[in-house]
Every structure is written in C-alpha cells, then in structure tokens.
Design a protein around this ligand. Structure first.
Ligand SMILES: [Zn+2]
Ligand SMILES: [Zn+2]
Length: 180
C-alpha cells in the first residue's frame, strides 16, 4: 500500500538545517513520512504591483497543479508577503481535504511589529502555521480549543497563545482520516 506522506517545498531562502528541523517537528506531529526539497522559481509572476504583495491564490494553484497528483500533502514555504483578495494578508492557506497548501514566514517576524528579532519565536510561529495548514489539507476545520493548533488566528499574538500540537479531538479526527 502506498503510504501517504508530507512534502515541504521551500520557495524561499530557508537554510537546509532549518528545513530539516521543521520537517522533523512536522513528522512527530503527524506521524507520517516528511520530506523537504528546494524549488527555485521566478516569484515575480505572482507579484501584484497594486498591493505590493504576492497572490496567495495563484501560488496555491501553482502548487496544486504541480504536486496535486501526488499522494502526498505538499506545503510551499515562502518568505514573501502573501495576500488573498478578501484579506489584508495571510499567514498561509490550504485546500481543505486537498493536496496543497502555502505558508509564509513574512508576517511572523517580530521586527515587522517593532519588536526585537527572535529566531526561536519565529521558528515556533512558522511551525504552527505549517501544521495548521497541513491540518486543513487533512480535512480538519477550525477548532476553538484555545491551545489547539487548529484554532484560527489573525495576529501573531494569536499564534503565540496556541501550541504547535492538535488537541485530542482534532487528533482523533486526523487519525481516522489518515488510517482510512
Ligand atoms: Zn485555518
Ligand atoms: Zn482542536
């Protein structure tokens, strides 16, 4: 039987060690094989000069087109500012019960909010966003348990309040989906 896994594709300037750390944390949360790779594409085609941001819907579609036929869930990792038309910005998004998702570290940086740079905090925020979007790809919807990674959040403070793990209820749903 084909085992489903997770693929993290770096479209940003993330170091290999950093990607390996993320992959290992994602693996321990989902208990599935996690691989990562680097992709070098011209992001300027996704740039919206009016908003001075990158089109999250087009990027999501791009990843779905490229990786959607795989059995794996693929998440594109970016360092640019992402938006969708109805929102000022997004930390990430994924196709519910689909194969693709995108996340960006851009809005997760303390410096953007006038606070001192904090690499550990940034790593944790990024990890939470990645696990959250993967949760959607596995069919999980938003959860209102305060510490659950599937709790929705608009601000970095919201992300800091939750853990990078699924609550028992969400974990139960994931287990059913993955073993099905
Ligand atoms: Zn969400
Ligand atoms: Zn939950």
């Amino acid at each position: 039987m084909d085992t489903q896994g997770i693929l993290l594709v770096s479209y940003g300037s993330f170091e290999i060690d950093y990607l390996a750390r993320i992959a290992s944390s994602v693996k321990s949360e989902f208990q599935l094989p996690v691989n990562f790779t680097e992709k070098f594409i011209d992001l300027s085609v996704f740039y919206d000069p009016t908003r001075r941001q990158y089109d999250g819907n087009k990027l999501l579609k791009q990843i779905d087109n490229e990786y959607g036929s795989s059995k794996d869930k693929t998440i594109g990792l970016f360092h640019v500012d992402l938006f969708i038309p109805i929102l000022t910005f997004i930390f990430g998004q994924a196709i519910l019960q689909g194969k693709a998702g995108i996340v960006s570290s851009y809005r997760l940086k303390n410096e953007l909010y006038g606070m001192p740079r904090n690499e550990d905090l940034l790593f944790n925020r990024f990890l939470k966003i990645i696990i959250h979007e993967l949760g959607h790809a596995f069919g999980l919807i938003h959860c209102h348990i305060p510490t659950c990674v599937m709790r929705p959040g608009t601000y970095v403070e919201d992300i800091d309040q939750k853990k990078h793990t699924l609550c028992p209820k969400c974990r139960g749903i994931l287990k059913i989906v993955v073993t099905r």
